[in-house]
Design a protein around this ligand. Structure first.
Ligand SMILES: C[S@@+](CC[C@H](N)C(=O)[O-])C[C@H]1O[C@@H](n2cnc3c(N)ncnc32)[C@H](O)[C@@H]1O
Ligand SMILES: [Zn+2]
Length: 371
């Protein structure tokens, strides 16, 4: 295999030379590598420097970059797996070049995870992680990390694929990044709680073309019940911009209080917090020493996540302004005005025009129209 050496974070490793003329260079080599996922990997290396699990499984290694970095930069014992022979050869070459004691395996990830446990399990498949979450839920001791790049099914743009994979009915709204993240989270929670285990989000975010979950797992039916209680629906009005949140396994019929249309349930999905503030604070503290490449962007992401409200949807203030036919002021001013009126209001980490607030829609409309 024709390889080139690249650096990510503090780790140098080999990846296949990719044809820059192909439209999708990450998939053009014999083994997958996508440099655009550096931020995703940087956040994992940073978080693991805080959590320090006893063992870590990179279940779909490809070049091995993720596990290599966790071993090299965090000093955590890792197992790197892939079922592809070329990938495993490259991982082995990288492990040897870095002088690591990492274990390298060539198995179907589901078989590996069904037979062994690891303190932390990381799923980073092509597209959907859905076929791997059940075995990961049985394999993971304390931590389960999941990447999904199938944003169209998760966000409702490919509705049937979303329903097949996630047993949920997403809906393509202006808050699709939030729906995608919470649909994925809701699915993972349902896969875990059937084993009488609880799930607590540590750091979950949507970014560009992927969703990423970092979750802590707990033992016991009581912990599972706490997670179960967080499953619910966003109830969206099909005629106006109104939406609300509803807890429960099955959606109850509800009318829009503004226009009387029947609200449409979006879900089931995870409601409530998607981050643990103490974990984010610890990551912020560790950031200067740990992260190299995307450190400034991660710093902004963590800061935005820490101030973000827990609501399962947001209002896009440009959409509201267009609806009202007004030209809006700055988003910071709108948020400050809502707060001055006694409401909670924040930005969302995945969009520059998203406002999360507990203010009723008419209040938000009044503020945006300068009233
Ligand atoms: C998106 S790539 C992983 C990227 C890698 N984690 C990174 O950060 O660059 C997905 C990898 O999963 C492997 N894979 C797909 N299905 C698998 C399975 N059932 N068991 C093990 N590996 C699998 C593929 O061979 C491919 O190398
Ligand atoms: Zn309505």
């Amino acid at each position: 295999m024709d390889v080139v050496e690249v650096t990510e974070g503090k780790t140098r490793f080999f990846v296949p030379r990719q044809d820059p003329h192909l439209q999708f260079p990450p998939g053009s080599g014999p083994v997958f590598y996508n440099s655009r996922m550096e931020l995703n990997r940087d956040t994992t290396v940073l978080l693991l420097s805080v959590l320090r699990p006893g063992s870590y499984l990179d279940a779909m290694g490809a070049s091995g970059v993720r596990g290599l970095r966790v071993a090299h930069e965090d000093g955590i014992p890792v197992t790197i797996n892939d079922w592809n022979t070329k990938a495993v050869d490259l991982i082995q070459q990288n492990v040897e070049a870095l002088g690591l004691a990492a274990e390298v395996t060539r198995e179907d990830a589901n078989v590996l995870m069904s037979g062994r446990t690891f303190d932390a399990v990381d799923l980073d498949p092509f597209g959907t992680p859905a076929p791997f979450v059940d075995s990961a839920a049985r394999s993971a001791g304390n931590y389960l990390f999941v990447t999904a790049t199938d944003t169209a099914p998760l966000c409702g743009a490919h509705l049937k694929a979303g329903m097949r994979r996630y047993f949920s009915r997403p809906r393509n709204t202006e808050y699709h990044a939030e729906v995608g993240l919470r649909t994925l989270m809701g699915f993972v929670v349902r896969e875990v709680i059937k084993y009488d285990r609880g799930v607590e989000p540590l750091f979950c975010y949507a970014h560009e073309h992927f969703h990423r979950l970092h979750l802590r797992l707990r033992y016991g039916a009581a912990a599972a019940d706490r997670a179960l209680a967080r499953l619910g629906y966003v109830m969206q009005c099909p005629q106006c911009l109104y939406r609300s949140e509803q807890a429960g396994m099955l959606p109850e019929p509800e009318e829009c209080p503004l226009c009387s249309a029947d609200l449409v349930p979006v879900g089931p999905l995870w409601t409530g917090r998607i981050n643990d503030d103490a974990t984010l604070a610890a990551m912020q503290e560790a950031l200067p020493a740990v992260t190299v490449g995307t450190g400034a962007r991660i710093g902004r992401l963590l800061a935005t996540c820490r101030q973000e409200l827990d609501t399962s949807s947001h209002y896009d203030y440009h959409v509201i302004a267009k609806h009202l036919r007004v030209s809006p002021g700055g988003i910071g001013t709108v948020i400050e005005q809502l707060q001055a009126l006694g409401y909670r209001a924040s930005r969302a980490h995945y969009s520059g025009t998203a406002i999360k607030t507990d203010a009723p829609l008419p209040v938000l409309e009044k503020v945006i129209s300068g009233g």
